[in-house]
Ligand binder design. Structure first.
Ligand code: NAD
Ligand code: TYD
Length: 348
């Protein structure tokens, strides 16, 4: 049996990871420690909440009471996969402080928790945004590319990666760092580009494209990302850094959006060019050769197929995204969980 602690498992990537783990590793038990910020949604995990191998603990990673609650639920852990973060670049430009608290102090707190509790493996789920931006003809980000973050979000994630490196060097913590490109797929919060565009287009609302829309992102399906995280947790070299991405997903935003509208059967006249994001990174591109060679990982989902499947998912799960957009999803925890489970403050 392998005992997993996942932080931020009620968010987009974390919830898909919990589902993948329970499906692919029958001997796994999972505790999901999540503060349920605006981005956390337990409806994302409705289909696994009755699984006896799964436990949810509400708590802030920077709060020692939350660690105790998680430790009580898990009875010890073998692996910690650290997803919990503030993740939206635009919000980080508006107010960086929650990003510093969760992404920097919270990561240090989880590193200390792992060390004190003898957790054998620590996976830091990082981002390619720590490398900054690329010109159109520059080679893709390698794991030894300079760390040059441009947004407060990226700077906070870069700081977290450096703290993970320091814990590995100083204390011998068996940590690995993954740095992934932009993810897409089911359960993504509709403030991010693709779910915002899909749900707005489905409602015939305008589609706000920042600046000229020629910023390039390297899109990867969330399941491909999560398969890489699982491989890194199980087979990653201690101290290893793995870039994840670099399949067939590199596209300017406007090109991707037009592909999406063709799939949805919606008109391009919905597109509105709006003021550009401050300090907007122009291009991300991933060289994943280290992950391919050392982890034996390779992406499986072509962007065209993944986009179609994702559109289908949002069409079939309109109730999910409408509850997110209206704010009704916030009630799910209260009605379904708070009566039954102890949260980090010990409340039932
Ligand atoms: P998300 O915003 O959808 O979810 C974040 C989750 O973390 C939420 O459930 C939230 O409640 C929880 N959380 C936030 N602050 C917390 C705290 N203080 N204590 C406990 N839980 C807290 O994020 P996501 O898109 O799923 O991203 C997950 C991770 O993957 C992040 O670390 C992010 O930096 C990284 N990443 C994301 C992408 C992407 O394209 N989305 C790409 C590369 C890396
Ligand atoms: P986003 O999903 O916020 O991810 P990131 O900033 O981490 O790459 O944005 C993806 C791209 O889409 C990015 O270049 C910004 C752009 N974008 C828009 O043009 N309009 C929008 O409304 C949003 C949210 C993003």
């Amino acid at each position: 049996m392998t005992r997993w602690l996942v932080t931020g498992g009620a968010g987009f990537i974390g919830s898909n990871f919990v589902r993948l783990l329970l499906r692919e590793r029958p001997d796994a038990t999972v505790v999901n420690l999540d503060a349920l910020t605006y981005a956390g949604n337990l409806e994302n995990l409705r289909d696994v909440e009755q699984d006896l191998r799964y436990r949810f603990v509400r708590g802030d990673i920077a709060d020692p009471l939350a660690w105790e609650a998680a430790a009580l639920q898990g009875g010890g852990f073998d692996v910690l996969v650290h997803f919990a973060a503030e993740t939206h670049v635009d919000r980080s430009i508006g107010d960086p402080f929650p990003f510093l608290r969760t992404n920097v102090l919270g990561t240090q707190a989880m590193l200390d928790f792992a060390r004190r509790n003898g957790i054998a493996r620590f996976v830091q789920v990082g981002t390619d945004e720590v490398y900054g931006t690329l010109g159109p003809d520059e080679p893709s980000f390698r794991t030894d590319s300079p760390i040059l973050p441009n947004s407060p979000y990226a700077a906070s994630k870069a700081s977290a990666d450096l703290l993970v490196r320091a814990a590995a060097r100083t204390h011998g913590l068996e940590a690995v760092i993954t740095r992934c490109s932009n993810n897409y797929g089911p359960f993504q919060f509709p403030e991010k580009f693709l779910p915002l565009m899909i749900t707005n287009a489905m409602s015939d609302q305008s589609l706000p494209v920042y600046g000229d829309g020629m910023q390039v992102r390297d899109w990867l399906h969330v399941d491909d990302h999560n398969r890489a995280i699982l491989a890194a947790a199980e087979r990653g070299r201690p101290g290893g850094v793995y870039n994840i991405g670099g399949h067939d997903g590199e596209r300017p935003n406007l090109v991707l959006l037009k592909e999406l509208l063709a799939i949805l059967g919606k008109p391009e006249s919905l597109i509105r060019h709006v003021e550009d994001r401050k300090g907007h990174d122009r291009r991300y591109s991933i060289d994943a050769s280290v992950a391919r060679a050392e982890l034996g990982w390779a992406p499986q989902v072509r962007l065209e197929d993944g986009l179609r499947a994702t559109v289908e998912w949002y069409k079939s799960n309109e109730g999910w995204w409408r509850r997110v957009k209206s704010g009704a999803y916030r009630e799910y925890y209260e009605t379904m969980y708070s009566g039954r489970l102890r949260d980090a403050e010990g409340r039932r």
